[in-house]
Design a protein around this ligand. Structure first.
Ligand code: SF4
Length: 459
């Protein structure tokens, strides 16, 4: 991410300069949204599954302390060492210390948004550790020196020709060749070397089962399994909210996750890690980073139910047409826009406004998070705390006055129509931000109120 912070609208404007990219980004994600719909409709009990998942997660949030202790106890019984980190800095230090103790200089990592949240790659690199992301999409953005733009499809904003050029420069593939099979093979061969020589493997965690002390990691490439099975040390990094109470609950979440994410009936690999191999070390690092605080907020605690399927990204008209990097946070899209202000209200004050509030995100969410309601609530919190621009604050006050008094409302309506008719340039100019991407409509002859009064009298 750029070190200079720019807001969502400014970044989206940049993304929108490349119209063809915006179009296929939009279409590709909508295609995945449609696949998700078809997969969901094939299951008659889909809505019941969503409701069950939502209730399990509600139960987890209400009893999180107990489930975490139960998970720790059982994981330790299985041979894991459990570490607790309250901040990303603590998390990163714990991971670095484990790597140093293992005497490793290079490690492999499978996809983990939590380590992105902690900027672990940058931290380890700065301490002389070579980190290789092994998920293909993650590897592409890593080679390009970018963060992922989507939590399930990290390089969805890249064209295959661009990946061909990147691989030509970084992996020596033939110039001008963008054949997906050739590029995948090149990445595979390159990654194989890293798998074979890394003594430490880091994975994320999709679900941590309190009852058994096991973790489940879902990948489509099997890279988490290969990394862990070949390494002497496995470090699993997870947020506190990844807990589920019982093993039998996995069936609910695994059925929902892949269908919601990509429209697949099941993720290709749902890998269970319960015990380290003989002679292998297994560490689990649990991170808080504001989650406990979020748990105490009635309005926003539900965001912790998220299972990171990205269905809300794929359906969101704003995400699809503004791209993931416009959100300047680790988790983009609608869910990112309700998580980020809780971490830094000032820096992320723009994000809850990057939405039409159409509610499509809440409709597809497999754990029934009230995403669009929370976006709306965040706007109110941000305004109350003075985190909107002076222009917007003055504009909203002016609009409140206009809408509160019928005389002012009717007079400003007539005045506006008159100006649009005789002095349109007063509206159609670059100072009018709303006009920038639009054409002004023709001014109507009369207001709806005038039309209604006239037509009602006719009856
Ligand atoms: S908020 Fe819901 S739809 Fe969005 S990523 Fe999380 S679980 Fe998926």
């Amino acid at each position: 991410m750029n070190s200079r912070h720019t807001d969502h609208a400014t970044r989206a404007e940049k993304f929108n300069l490349d119209e063809s990219r915006v179009d296929w980004h939009d279409k590709t994600l909508w295609f995945i949204r449609e696949k998700r719909d078809k997969a969901a409709w094939q299951i008659p009990e889909w809505e019941q599954l969503r409701e069950t998942a939502s209730q399990i997660k509600n139960n987890v949030l209400s009893n999180l302390h107990d489930y975490l202790i139960e998970f720790e106890k059982n994981a330790q019984k299985n041979g894991a060492t459990v570490h607790w980190a309250s901040t990303p800095a603590e998390h990163n230090k714990i991971v670095l210390d484990i790597i140093k103790q293992a005497g490793a200089r290079n490690i492999v990592k499978s996809k983990s948004m939590l380590t992105e949240e902690c900027h672990l790659n940058e931290y380890l690199t700065a301490h002389g550790i070579d980190v290789v992301d092994t998920d293909l999409g993650e590897r592409i953005v890593q080679l390009a020196g970018e963060p992922p733009s989507h939590i399930v499809l990290p390089c969805i904003h890249w064209k295959k020709e661009e990946i061909g050029e990147l691989f030509h420069q970084e992996l020596g593939t033939p110039k001008g060749n963008a054949d997906p099979q050739l590029l995948t093979n090149a990445a595979r061969l390159n990654l194989r070397n890293h798998f074979m020589t890394s003594r430490v493997a880091i994975t994320g965690v999709n679900f941590a089962v309190a009852e058994t002390g096991e973790i489940v990691v879902c990948t489509n490439e099997g890279n988490a399994d290969l990394g862990v099975q070949l390494a002497d040390v496995h470090i699993a990094c997870m947020g506190l909210e990844k807990i589920i109470p019982r093993r039998k609950h996995l069936g609910v979440f695994l059925r929902l996750l892949a269908r919601s994410a990509t429209g697949q009936p099941i993720t290709t690999y749902s890998s269970h890690f319960k015990k380290p191999r003989e002679g292998q070390q297994w560490h689990i690092v649990l991170l808080d980073n504001g989650r406990s605080e979020r748990l105490g907020s009635n309005d926003f605690r539900n965001a912790l139910k998220c299972i990171r399927c990205a269905a809300c990204f794929n359906t969101c008209p704003v995400y699809r047409r503004s791209g993931g990097h416009s959100y300047h946070t680790t988790v983009a899209g609608p869910i990112g826009s309700i998580l980020a202000p809780g971490l830094d209200m000032k820096k992320n004050a723009d994000l809850p406004f990057a939405s039409t509030l159409c509610g499509s995100c809440s409709n597809v969410c497999p754990v029934k998070i009230d995403i669009h309601d929370q976006l709306y609530k965040w706007r109110q919190v941000l305004v109350r705390n003075g985190h909107v621009s002076a222009i917007k604050a003055i504009g909203m006050k002016g609009m409140a006055a206009v809408l509160s008094y019928p005389f002012i409302y009717n007079t400003s309506g007539s005045l506006g129509r008159w100006i649009m008719r005789y002095f349109p340039f007063l509206f159609s100019n670059r100072a009018n931000l709303w006009y920038k991407q639009r054409e002004m409509p023709k001014a109507p002859e009369k207001s709806f109120r005038e039309w209604y009064i006239k037509n009602r009298k006719k009856k």
